[in-house]
Ligand binder design. Structure first.
Ligand code: ATP
Ligand code: MG
Length: 420
């Protein structure tokens, strides 16, 4: 899994603690009876290289944030700037504004020059100081601008769409003969990126989701037949729903995209909620935004500005179904619905995420200085690696429903394996 390098490395690095080009990290490390001994893909180990493709004092770097908010974006921006200026003493760092749209001069989002001082306290704020956006980008116009501004390396902080966009920029630059190092820092609060054990923002999301679940639990158990429904992020994977459930221990039902469920019938979800409320007087339900999508009619499918299919809103749908089921059973119900998505996304990073953001950012700078391109920084077994963008964009990580994590959810909730 060697990533593309722009050319031979001729400049000596001003850094120390070098990692050799030959070091590799296996995708699989589990060995033992009945386990596959195949190490799978071998990835380049991230870290500072002794010899660099770029001559640091001549480097102009660009940084961009795209897609939805996630705790830690400003931490990543800050550590990129600090490593570029402090570690390598590069010539200039430019922050492109409002996502990929900001690469096109016709959108009039003038970039900002980022100094050591201008990022001083930004890590204490949520959001992104550069702004972000979704929506199509004119790749040719963006590349014209990057070439005109003599940008040597572009750090793209964003999700799957952003990394696909980054790859398109890299290919267009290559076709134009401009040596641009495009290095991605994977951003998804959902923690669903392949070859990344944990994405930044995920643990902050769990912490915040847990506060909301505490509130939901207090509400539900303080009223007669209280049912609280909490919708959390997780378009294709239930890592936030599962992690917050385990952390809270006060959840009774956790619904995730990986486990389809039936609403009706003797063993359906609604019968289980009614049974729980009859026995215990209250219930807390946590649902990931991508759960139960098969319960909606397949058409029409709406898309957002970037062309992603918009999910149907499972939270209110579930709340309504619970209301109808209790009415049919002639059981009083006090329903509380919580949708803390934006509240969670806009938080500043917690301590663990702040540490992770710093590490991702610094590895991204080391990779770009060595001329690595068309790649994303990944993380496996506690080490940082270089992953070709095409590989990271090839799929997404999901909960292993036979694994320890999901089994801990079922055990904490005393929830059946399947509804219906
Ligand atoms: P999130 O985690 O919020 O979904 P994301 O990076 O996936 O983050 P998107 O809105 O899907 O967010 O994409 C970010 C940007 O990348 C958008 O401006 C989008 O137009 C651009 N983009 C997505 N796919 C491509 C592609 N194949 N080529 C060029 N640009 C793309
Ligand atoms: Mg996305």
């Amino acid at each position: 899994m060697t990533v593309t390098t722009l050319g031979p490395c001729r400049f000596r690095s001003p850094r120390s603690g070098f990692v050799s080009e030959e070091e590799r990290v296996p995708a699989n490390i589990i060995r033992g009876p009945g386990r596959d001994d195949d190490p799978g893909a071998l990835f380049e180990l991230a870290g500072p290289r002794e010899m660099l493709f770029f001559d640091p004092p001549r480097v102009r770097a660009g940084i961009i944030t795209c897609g939805g908010l996630c705790p830690g974006l400003n931490n990543v921006i800050r550590s990129l700037v600090r490593e570029l200026h402090g570690g390598y003493e590069v010539r200039e760092v430019i922050g492109f504004r409002m996502g990929y749209g900001g690469l096109d001069p016709r959108n009039h989002h003038e970039p900002v020059v980022l100094h050591h001082a201008s990022v001083d306290d930004i890590h204490q704020q949520g959001g992104t100081i550069l702004g972000t956006s979704r929506g199509p980008v004119d790749v040719a116009a963006a590349v014209d601008n990057l070439i005109r501004r003599k940008i040597d390396m572009l750090f793209c902080i964003g999700g799957d769409g952003t990394q696909r966009g980054a790859f398109a920029l890299y290919e267009a630059c290559k076709a134009r003969g401009h040596a641009l190092a495009v290095v991605g820092v994977p951003k998804t609060i959902d923690n669903d990126v392949l070859y990344v054990d944990r994405t930044f923002g995920y643990l902050t999301a769990l912490e915040e989701a847990r506060h909301v679940i505490d509130a939901a639990h207090n509400e539900a158990r303080s009223v007669e037949n209280g049912v609280a429904v909490v919708k959390v992020m997780g378009r294709h994977a239930g890592f936030i729903a599962a992690g917050a459930t385990i952390a809270s221990q006060d959840v009774n039902f956790t619904l995730v995209p990986e486990v389809p469920f039936r609403l009706d019938g003797e063993h359906g979800f609604l019968a289980a909620v009614i049974e729980r409320v009859r026995e215990r007087g209250h219930a807390v339900v946590v649902v990931a935004e991508g759960a139960g999508q098969d319960l909606f009619p397949t058409e029409p499918k709406a898309t957002d500005a970037s062309g992603n299919v918009k999910l149907k809103d499972i939270g209110p749908f579930l709340a309504k179904a619970i209301g109808e089921a209790f009415a049919a059973a002639k059981l009083p119900l006090t329903l509380r619905y919580f949708d803390p998505g934006y509240q969670i996304r806009s938080r500043p990073a917690n301590c663990e995420d702040a540490v992770l953001c710093d590490m991702f950012a610094r590895q991204a700078v080391h990779a770009a200085m060595a001329g690595k391109t068309g790649m994303v920084v990944g993380q496996l077994h506690g080490t940082f690696i270089h992953v070709p963008t095409s590989l990271i964009a090839s799929g997404a990580k999901q909960l292993d429903t036979d694994g320890l994590f999901w089994h801990s959810v079922l055990a904490a909730n005393q929830q059946p394996d399947r509804f219906g």
